[in-house]
Ligand binder design. Structure first.
Ligand SMILES: [Zn+2]
Length: 265
């Protein structure tokens, strides 16, 4: 783990890249910010989480870090022991933004577990259209274990666009929290997609037929392989993190549009 701090005093705002070692965008964004951010007020924590996995170009060394929180400092698995170390660094931060990229198609989007006022400000202050409420899923992610934490999917894994968009969105997030004061933050309403179910993947050639946030008509097949044919039976389902090769064990998540998040008053 690598930690760079800029500024001093409250609020303390953290940007975390490199939770997954096969997603280089987060580290590039963190390094760029370390180079060019002038903190107006407060403390900026810049963290690169899983350096051995980044060096290896692999998602993880022993186990997926974002499925292992809160972890166990005694564990022999690298990420299971890393998780509590990362929590210790971030604990008490006023707001945390964790950067990710995906194999699924754009657009970028935010993910949250609990909609606090801080999370509302952060999400409505960033240039995404969709916010994914993951509060119904298993609580092993960083945003489910640390309060006031947002995960941001900045774009396609390995693309320059993911770095460019991530930098733009992260700077907006820092403006929301007063770390940057080069211009006023702007806030816009977001569409909320609540995810409630993982879509399992089996064996054989995986095929996915609908993209993120694209409504799947009832009766249509979302995804299939030699083991599964996932035919949707109810109206209003939309896929999130949909991909054929992004994950070993799931095609993505099923969600539904459940409302909006309004900007802070
Ligand atoms: Zn990731």
């Amino acid at each position: 783990m690598r930690l760079i701090e800029r500024g001093s005093g409250p609020p303390r705002i953290a940007i975390v890249g490199g939770i997954h070692g096969d997603e280089p965008a987060g580290e590039r964004i963190v390094d760029q910010l370390a180079e060019d951010v002038t903190v107006a007020s407060g403390t900026l924590q810049l963290v690169v989480a899983n350096e051995p996995a980044l060096d290896a170009g692999r998602r993880y060394i022993d186990t997926d870090l974002n499925r292992t929180f809160p972890g166990d400092i005694e564990s022999e698995k690298y990420e299971t022991a890393l998780a509590p170390r990362l929590i210790t660094v971030l604990e008490g931060a006023d707001a945390v933004l964790a950067l990710h990229t995906t194999h699924s198609a754009p657009p970028p989007f935010a993910i949250y577990t609990t909609l606090t006022d801080t999370v509302r400000k952060g999400i409505t202050g960033m240039p995404v259209d969709h916010a994914v409420d993951a509060g119904n899923l298993r609580g092993t992610t960083l945003d489910s274990k640390l309060p006031n934490t947002i995960s941001l999917e900045t774009g396609r894994q390995g693309s320059d666009e993911a770095v460019e968009f991530g930098l733009e969105a992260t700077r907006d997030f820092l403006r929301v929290h007063g770390i940057l004061d080069d211009r006023e933050p702007t806030f816009t309403e977001k569409m909320v997609v609540t995810v409630d179910e993982e879509v399992p993947k089996g064996e054989g050639k995986p095929e996915v037929f609908y993209q993120n946030f694209e409504e799947i008509p009832a009766g249509e097949v979302f995804a299939r392989d030699d083991v599964y044919t996932h035919r949707v039976t109810t109206e209003g389902r939309v896929p999130v993190l949909a991909s054929e090769h992004g994950y070993d064990d799931i095609f993505g998540l099923y969600g539904r549009i459940t409302g909006t998040i309004e900007p802070p008053a």
